[in-house]
Unconditional design. Sequence first.
Length: 301
Amino acid sequence: MKLRHIISSLDLKREDYFSIFEYADKFANVKGKLTHLEGKVLALAFFEPSTRTAQSFQTAGIKLGANVIGFSSEESTSVAKGENLADTVRMLNNYSDCIIMRHKFDGASLFASEISEVPIINAGDGKHEHPTQAIIDLYTVYKVFNTIDNLNFGLLGDLKYARTVNSLLRALTRFKPKRVFLIPPPQLKARKEIVEELNYQTIEVENPYDVIQEIDVLYVTRIQKERFVDEVEYEKVKESYVVDTKLVEFMKKGSIILHPLPRVNEIDRKVDKLAQAKYFYQASLGVPVRMGLLYKIFNEG
Ligand code: NCD
């Protein structure tokens, strides 16, 4: 197997996205257990909390016939005894064929990939990236619209600290979005170093009502409380935006709302039953997408 790390959504080309989508389509319909990853061991190295990402990777691995080992918090590992990340990665190399890693530090997965002899999949590193979430986001768009090109995207919420936003913005460079609106509270604007490197223009908007009727895909994020250095700053912005039924009324027919979840208060629960609400459907695609990605890593390199 060729060594392949997935650290950023830029590690995948347009055709890689489509081939993962194809595998995901195939795996979504399979009942029971497959044998493609039989004899392989996947290590889930989760130094930060997770519900969906960890559980869906685990399910994806099991469904493909792999064995899954790992941990879900720093406290339960020798890191709590002072072991450094490099040594932990070296140890996991002895036990596993692929490491799926989540860490609070930006760049932790890249660092791990520099010493690892097995593929590293970044399952979220600090406020940097979360590439497998971007694959799920785009696959959801693809399932609904049958294309990713020529659509208007609106990214609403914390665009500064949300790693899913960085991965999505970068993944969109592989496609031809019509327009990409950025709709953050003033203190939580997307980071310059990310936006300036994109191969398409983004349009910053203050008021979602100014563009809501044009948007095909509204991508909402949670305020990333744990990334704030200053609690006072968090308090100032914490309830600065809410997607409610009033806003959704202005959305065009066929448009959708996505959210990587967990949702806190930024989407009113009354929105859940509206046709635009696709975030639970999006979450349900986590398993087939991650099966597709794992299959690709192990079978194509
Ligand atoms: C996201 C994350 O961990 O970055 N969660 C997820 O994996 N779906 C989003 C978030 O925590 O807000």
